[in-house]
Structures are given as structure tokens and as C-alpha cells.
Design a protein around this ligand. Structure first.
Ligand SMILES: Nc1ncnc2c1ncn2[C@@H]1O[C@H](COP(=O)(O)OP(=O)(O)OP(=O)(O)O)[C@@H](O)[C@H]1O
Length: 269
């Protein structure tokens, strides 16, 4: 379980970007974090893995306080926090398998890492996960030979190789076409439930947030102003979060479209 209490983040002397957030996320819950540009969504995710240093508050992952951990303990806890990125963050010249195994770097010795001698169980786990997301046949291909959707599947498997206790996804579908985006959202949703893994997804596409998550958290200027189910996320919440301006994605994609796609594509993911 991830428990965030009174989280404040201030960059320099500026006005705080996160103004005392409270959020608790249980295993296998998929939470969308929505909000206008600059609302603090990325800062929130980055505070959780301490890529950004929180100013104050508490972030506990299955009982371990993350704030104030020193380097060594922080490295250990970071292994438990998987991250999926908008731009995939793969190493292009390496193969899919090599990229996937990078998820184990926090667990193996420097010698094993440098000589690429990963334990057999790591390689086996890599194949199981790659099979699961449909990229096992690309294991020996270079990462830059894959499509965007395939590259994001590599990113997801790399994160899962860490055996994470929480998965953070920062705009994981923003670089993908609508259909591929929905497949990735569906995949994250199914993996959360299969692995009992809480997943937090920063997302601009409100329709996809509604269709593929269990809970939506809305931020405005660093304050949580909505926390509810997709069914409760109606015009009033949208107006409060986006100041009455309909988000562009919501105008072009309806939640119903998402539902149809989900049924059609069910077997693929
Ligand atoms: N390293 C930084 N130094 C100073 N200010 C920052 C830094 N990173 C982010 N900010 C500011 O913090 C605020 C929140 O940024 P953040 O990236 O968390 O928002 P966001 O909701 O993720 O936006 P977007 O949807 O555009 O990615 C913005 O005003 C931004 O300019």
C-alpha cells in the first residue's frame, strides 16, 4: 500500500507546487492522476521515487517511509518502485532482452551487470513477462526497430522485472496513437489485477482515464480537488479541474469509444 500524507513540494522559493496532498492507494488499484498542465502531476510521481525531493510530508510504501531515506536505503526502496515513461526511456542500440534485464540492475552485482551474466531465473522471468505482453518474439531485436506500442511494452516489462510494489506511469500513452494508447492502458489495468500491483498513471486523456482506471484523482494548482470513481467523474469535476475548459482529449474521444475498443481488443493484451 502506498500512503502519502500532507505532501508538500516547493521548488526553490516559489509557491508550493504540491500543497499538502493526501493519497492512499491499495494493491491492484489503478489510479489516474489528471489535471491541467502545471497542476503538479509529474512532481507527485517524481516525489514518490524521489527523483524530486519532497519538501515535507510522508510517503510510505508498504510501511517504509521513503522521505529522508539515505542513498543506500533509497536505492533498495527504488527497486520496489517501477516507472514507465512517456518517451519509453529505452536504450536504442540494445536488444529488447537487454533493455528488459536492465530492470534487474538494482538486484545483481556490478560484475554480473557489466558482464551481462544475469541469473537464469531473471532470464526466465523476462521471457514469461515478454510472453505476457506479446513481445517475446522480439527478444533479440534492437529496441529501435520496434513500434511505439511495442517499445512501451518493453518499458512496462522492464519496470515489472524490478518486482515492484507500486508502478508509476508518467503519461505512458502520450506518444502513441489512440488505438495503441488504449491497448497500453488495458495492459496496465490487467497487469495491476494479475500482479496485485497498485498503478498510478498521470494522464491527460480524460476519456482513457475514465475507461481504464478504477479511480480518478484530480489536481488543480497542487491541490487535490477530486477523488472518486470514473462514474463520479462528471462535468462538474472536469470544470473544477480544467477551469471550465474542456480538455482537448475529452472533446475528441468519448468514453464509450474506449469501451468498444476494450471489448474488441480484449484478446490482444
Ligand atoms: N525542476 C523544476 N524547477 C522549478 N519548477 C518546476 C520544476 N519542475 C516543475 N516545476 C514547476 O512545477 C509546476 C508543476 O509541474 P509538473 O511538471 O509537476 O506539472 P504537470 O501537472 O505534470 O504538468 P504537465 O501535464 O504539463 O506535464 C509547474 O509550474 C512547473 O513549472
Amino acid at each position: 500500500m502506498l500512503e502519502i500524507t500532507n505532501l508538500i513540494k516547493r521548488y526553490g522559493q516559489d509557491e508550493p507546487v504540491l500543497k499538502g496532498l493526501d493519497l492512499a492507494v491499495e494493491g491492484d488499484s489503478v489510479v489516474a492522476i489528471v489535471g491541467a498542465s502545471g497542476a503538479g502531476k509529474s512532481t507527485l510521481l517524481r516525489c514518490i521515487n524521489r527523483l524530486v525531493e519532497p519538501t515535507s510530508g510522508s510517503i510510505r510504501l508498504n510501511g517504509t517511509e521513503i522521505i529522508n531515506l539515505r542513498q543506500r536505503e533509497l536505492r533498495r526502496v527504488r527497486r520496489k518502485i517501477g516507472m514507465v515513461f512517456q518517451g519509453f526511456n529505452l536504450i536504442d542500440r540494445l536488444t529488447v532482452m537487454e533493455n528488459v534485464l536492465a530492470g534487474r540492475l538494482g538486484y545483481v552485482s556490478l560484475f554480473q551487470a557489466v558482464t551481462r551474466r544475469f541469473p537464469a531465473e531473471d532470464i526466465e522471468r523476462a521471457f514469461v513477462l515478454m510472453e505476457r505482453v506479446g513481445i517475446a518474439h522480439y527478444a533479440n531485436k534492437r529496441a529501435d526497430e520496434l513500434s511505439g506500442g511495442e517499445r512501451q511494452r518493453v518499458g512496462v516489462v522492464r519496470a515489472l522485472m524490478q518486482e515492484p510494489e507500486v508502478l508509476l506511469a508518467d503519461e505512458p500513452t502520450a506518444s502513441l496513437d489512440p488505438r495503441t494508447s488504449e491497448q497500453i492502458m488495458m495492459l496496465l489495468q490487467s497487469l495491476a489485477s494479475e500482479l496485485s500491483l497498485p498503478v498510478l498513471i498521470n494522464i491527460h486523456n480524460v476519456a482513457q482515464a475514465r475507461s481504464y482506471t478504477d479511480r480518478i484523482v484530480g489536481l488543480r494548482h497542487g491541490t487535490m480537488i477530486f477523488d472518486g470513481t470514473p462514474g463520479e467523474f462528471e462535468k462538474e469535476a472536469l470544470d473544477a479541474i480544467y477551469g471550465g475548459i474542456e480538455s482537448p482529449e475529452d472533446a475528441t474521444t468519448t468514453p464509450e469509444t474506449g469501451t468498444e475498443e476494450r471489448e474488441t481488443d480484449h484478446d490482444r493484451t
